[in-house]
Write a protein that binds this ligand. Structure first.
Ligand SMILES: *[C@@H]1O[C@H](CO)[C@@H](O)[C@H](O)[C@H]1NC(C)=O
Ligand SMILES: *[C@@H]1O[C@H](CO)[C@@H](O)[C@H](O)[C@H]1NC(C)=O
Ligand SMILES: *[C@@H]1O[C@H](CO)[C@@H](O)[C@H](O)[C@H]1NC(C)=O
Ligand SMILES: *[C@@H]1O[C@H](CO)[C@@H](O)[C@H](O)[C@H]1NC(C)=O
Ligand SMILES: *[C@@H]1O[C@H](CO)[C@@H](O)[C@H](O)[C@H]1NC(C)=O
Length: 624
């Protein structure tokens, strides 16, 4: 008997429906600007101390009341650090996430302005802060998106728009179910869901999921309270009965959400609610119901149509019938394309006199941007460090997206074939760059134009530039490049403009470049320390090896010695001749003989000097 019971118990244990996820979801919370980890009661939420930021300044924050306990610090990004600033979080497991970014106000008298800026997640512009956001102590003080993170990183960026310094209070990255908010066709394919609002109908206070002891796979959503739709058109009903079919995959809603509701009154059977929306955007709308009115006990007793801006979206909704009983949750979702600035939800009863609703969620469908080719991002980051890029240029996040906020000095193009953005231009002229140009620049292999004119870049021109086959314009003028022009530049058959003037270049200009000049390309090599070899520049001297130079030097020495010896000989002989002439002049009567003697001396080159002298001295006797 006992054994049978045990087996039954075991069977029940194994057969009972269990949550689809046994492991805990990944969760990262950062308290921006905090020097130490923060633990918050009563939900014991753990906030990591600040990390993973690209720059910025920590400061005290004006504490918001809707996060409890209030986080007291933030990080703000002054314009001097550039217009693009980010948090780049690594080692985020592949998955589906709720990403939430809370905004703050710097608690200093000099910061009286509410900053307005743009927020992007993974390169997609998610939100532009509306003016007046800081007057509302609710979901207007944060932005939330549901996004698949696939490359192990989460990049959250803040883009200045000229209205104050972006100031970030906190960041949450919470894993949710892979099918959370599954809406059918197109789900997860290049779309991101931005949470516009979550409203708990009939609730008194706004609450986070944690306050509702909601399942952690729900992403700790924030439910704002909506006590009434307005003008006493409705009333609140609530129950303490437990609700069935809640907190299950994929969305894990908290039970409390269904234990209060707004129900229409006798005088006003239609229940209507109007929300402000952005025109010409697509929204995913989620509506929540549970039949908690004790007067309704079965199917067919309360039936209503749901209209969106006057069009029937869900006809004949019978909560009891569709949910499978009373006190049972029913969730409906649909995609709406709105043309105007408002979305009105109307519940129009067709059976029974009242309509009822528990909660409303509105999420905007945002088309995800395609990021830049990773190899090209790496190349630009290398350039950023070797060129000592000034802080004001920023260069954080993705170079090309969001398209509204590309990096300054970087031109981008969308490459349809690889579905990525690529860099086709680099315009960093007169930016006070120093350092050197790395060989990695050739990894930007879609470049058509480079202008680095008017900086203080030194070192050699990297020969790898010759592999960027699409390059048409290369302006490196007025820098401090030295060495010679790499032969490889001659391979750039598309090159139209090459400005290397105003550098310290020397040596021979590659012959292939000289040839291009004839075909109408515009090259400028002037004002360098010594370029040669093409028309308009000096002729290059012969090119000699070190051995040849030594040979020439030796040859020159030998030649010099030879010449010196010959000169000495000639000089001595001339002295002798002069002496002989003086002797001859003394013995005038022998003038004829002297003539004879002179001829003899000139013919007798083979005689030794001694012999010649003896002959001269004995001249007269010879004649005798
Ligand atoms: C949302 O609605 C679609 C049909 O419109 C349905 O296929 C899908 O399962 C619903 N999503 C959830 C999470 O219930
Ligand atoms: C919105 O919906 C329309 C029509 O269904 C579609 O053509 C458009 O691409 C959608 N836009 C977004 C941002 O999803
Ligand atoms: C490069 O920039 C300089 C300085 O702004 C400009 O004068 C020059 O024309 C540019 N070069 C090309 C090839 O456009
Ligand atoms: C270029 O100048 C640097 C110093 O700025 C020097 O170290 C290097 O040897 C020079 N290179 C050539 C090829 O002249
Ligand atoms: C080349 O650059 C120099 C300045 O370094 C300028 O004076 C000259 O006009 C330029 N030549 C051509 C052909 O553009």
């Amino acid at each position: 008997m006992l054994k049978a019971r045990l087996i039954l118990l075991l069977l029940a244990f194994f057969l009972a429906p269990r949550p689809s996820f046994s492991r805990a979801p990944y969760a990262l919370r950062i308290s921006c600007g905090a020097r130490d980890d923060v633990h918050s009661s009563p939900t014991n939420t753990f906030w990591n101390k600040d990390f993973a930021y690209t720059g910025g300044i920590p400061a005290n924050a004006t504490p918001p009341s809707f996060i409890s306990p209030s986080l007291n610090t933030l990080r703000y990004f002054p314009l001097s650090e550039g217009t693009e600033n980010c948090y780049g979080i690594n080692r985020v497991p592949h998955g589906h996430y709720v990403v939430r970014i809370y905004f703050g106000l710097v608690a200093e008298p000099s910061f009286d302005n509410e900053p307005l800026f743009d927020v992007s997640i993974e390169g997609t512009l998610i939100y532009s802060l509306p003016s007046g956001w800081s007057n509302h102590d609710d979901e207007r003080a944060f932005v939330e998106a549901l996004i698949f993170l696939k490359d192990g990183t989460a990049s959250l960026c803040f883009h200045s728009t000229g209205h104050g310094d972006p100031a970030i209070l906190a960041i949450e990255i919470l894993q949710i179910d892979n099918r959370a908010y599954y809406f059918g066709k197109g789900y997860g394919q290049g779309t991101i869901l931005r949470t516009d609002r979550r409203l708990s109908c009939g609730a008194k206070d706004p609450k986070f999921g944690a306050d509702y002891s909601a399942d952690r796979w729900g992403g700790d959503r924030f439910w704002n309270s909506l006590p009434t739709f307005g003008q006493s058109s409705d009333q609140v009903i609530s129950t303490k009965s437990s609700i069935k079919q809640i907190s299950q995959s994929p969305n894990f809603y908290p039970e409390a959400l269904y234990q209060t509701a707004l129900i229409s009154t006798d005088t006003q059977p239609d229940l209507a609610y109007t929300m402000e929306v952005e025109p010409t955007r697509n929204y995913s709308l989620w509506l929540h119901f549970a039949e908690i009115d004790p007067s309704v006990t079965g199917a067919g007793q309360r039936v209503f149509d749901i209209l969106l801006n006057g069009d029937i979206a869900f006809p004949d909704v019978d909560i009891v019938s569709m949910a499978g009983g009373v006190n049972t949750a029913l969730v409906l979702n649909t995609t709406v394309v709105v043309s105007g600035r408002s979305l009105t939800i109307t519940l129009h009863p067709t059976k029974g006199n009242h309509a009822l609703i528990s909660a409303i969620e509105l999420l905007e469908l945002v088309l995800a941007e395609s990021k830049t080719l990773p190899d090209e991002i790496k190349a630009l980051q290398k350039l950023k460090s070797t060129l000592g890029l000034p802080l004001r240029l920023g260069w954080n996040g993705d170079p090309c997206v969001p398209e509204q906020h590309p990096w300054s000095g970087v031109d981008c193009q969308y490459d349809r074939s690889i579905r990525k953005h690529v860099i086709d231009g680099l315009g960093l002229d007169n930016q006070g760059l120093k350092g050197f140009l790395p060989n990695d620049i050739s990894r930007l292999r879609h470049l058509q134009s480079i202008n680095l004119s008017g900086n203080s870049i030194s070192g050699v021109i990297p020969s790898s530039l010759g592999t960027i086959t699409s390059l048409e314009i290369l302006d490196l003028s007025f820098n401090s490049f030295n060495g010679s022009i790499p032969e490889s530049l001659g391979q750039l058959t598309s090159l139209r403009i090459l400005d290397l003037n105003g550098n310290s270049l020397s040596g021979k200009v590659p012959a292939a470049l000289g040839g291009r000049l004839l075909h109408g390309a515009s090259f400028n090599f002037t004002d360098n320390s010594g370029l040669c070899g093409i028309p308009g520049l000096p002729q290059c001297g012969p090119h000699l090896s070190a051995g040849a130079k030594v040979g020439i030097a030796l040859g020159a020495c030998v030649a010099f010695l030879l010449i010196a010896t010959c000169l000495t000989c000639w000089w001595k002989r001339r002295q002798n001749i002069l002496r002989a002439q003086r002797i001859a002049a003394r013995d005038a009567p022998y003038a004829k003989a002297r003539t004879q003697f002179n001829r003899e001396v000139q013919m007798g080159r083979h005689h030794s000097q001694e012999h010649a002298r003896t002959a001269a001295e004995n001249g007269p006797s010879l004649l005798a």
